[in-house]
Design a protein around this ligand. Structure first.
Ligand SMILES: N[C@@H](CCC(=O)N[C@@H](CS)C(=O)NCC(=O)O)C(=O)O
Length: 303
């Protein structure tokens, strides 16, 4: 199987969700560091528009969004499952809560605390992704976000009492999803002290943080593009009628997140499964590239 190429940057919480999964599964990976704000020419060259981080690449297949990255890694490397079937539904719901609620409770107070150390232009870049991410929006929302985060940390503490992980003795996708916003709090020792004051939460955090990293090999963005250029996308069979998402196989569409980050990726629909939509791009520089998105949280627009 081709190498796992992971496009990310160190400070990114959503990247940490996947880095901890790769650590748990013991999968070696190639690390391509991408900029933490636009422009991201080498990332967009691969995705055709999508700019969020992280992105997973295997040959000429590009997987956008951690929800899909986690599920595809679990299918390709089923040992140590992240979604044990008996609990998969609830784990998915907890993941959704963590990605869309816990994340936005933990991130604004940290950004405000770190404001003076942020690189120039950072908040202007985020403001272009969503009106909620303007400097004003973040400063106004931070106190309420933190008061809500405290309630969420209390929920996690209650759920973790007497258990190693949220769903019992095994690490699951729910742990990866809840861990990364808590990990981001570490950037502000004051905020993080509230995590450390909760014994079950602190022990859980330490357990996940201590998962040993597998072998990580640095790769340049140019080398990753070369990998895509020299590979062909994997042939996928649709497991769902494409009209479930309002399009037919072969349609020209654009796909974009329905929450923040309006950039679109355009291409021809080649597969629809229960959880994903795949579009093929014919790229002048790279040839055929398949870009895979989760169906949850993404809009498919017919062109
Ligand atoms: N739902 C997406 C969210 C990804 C996301 O919000 N990533 C942040 C970084 S942690 C981002 O892309 N920020 C803007 C950027 O890095 O350019 C996922 O699960 O991958």
């Amino acid at each position: 199987m081709s190498a796992i190429i992971f496009h990310h940057y160190p400070l990114s919480p959503f990247s940490e969700k996947i880095r901890r999964i790769l650590a748990y599964k013991g999968l070696p990976w190639c690390s391509v560091q991408q900029p933490l704000m636009m422009p991201k020419p080498d990332l967009v060259a691969l995705t055709g528009g999508y700019r969020r981080i992280p992105v997973l690449q295997i040959g000429a297949d590009v997987y956008c969004d951690t929800a899909l990255i986690a599920r595809r890694l679990d299918e390709l490397y089923p040992a140590k499952p992240l979604l044990p079937p008996a609990q998969a539904g609830l784990i998915g719901m907890v993941e959704d809560w963590a990605d869309h609620r816990l994340f936005f409770q933990c991130v604004p107070p940290v950004i405000v605390a770190l404001y003076d150390a942020l690189p120039a232009g950072f908040l202007d870049d985020r403001a272009a992704m969503s009106p909620a991410l303007t400097k004003d929006g973040l400063f106004k929302s931070a106190p309420q976000a933190w008061s809500q985060a405290r309630l969420s940390l209390a929920h996690l503490e209650a759920q973790l009492a007497g258990k190693a992980f949220l769903f019992g003795e095994q690490f699951t996708l729910a742990d990866a999803a809840c861990y990364n916003p808590v990990w981001f709090l570490k950037n502000d020792p004051n905020l993080f002290s509230e995590v450390m004051a909760k014994p079950a939460l602190a022990a859980w955090f330490a357990r996940i943080e201590a998962l040993p990293n597998p072998t990580i090999t640095d790769l340049s963005a140019a080398a990753a593009l070369e990998v895509a250029r020299n590979a062909e996308p994997v042939k996928l069979t649709s497991s769902m009628p494409a009209d479930e998402v309002g399009v037919a196989l072969g349609d020209e569409v654009a796909v974009a997140a329905d929450d923040y980050g309006p950039e679109q990726t355009a291409g021809r629909v080649t597969a629809v499964t229960h959880d994903s939509i795949t579009i093929d791009r014919q790229d002048a520089a790279l040839g055929a590239v398949a870009v895979h998105f989760p169906r949850a949280g993404y809009r498919v627009i017919k062109r």
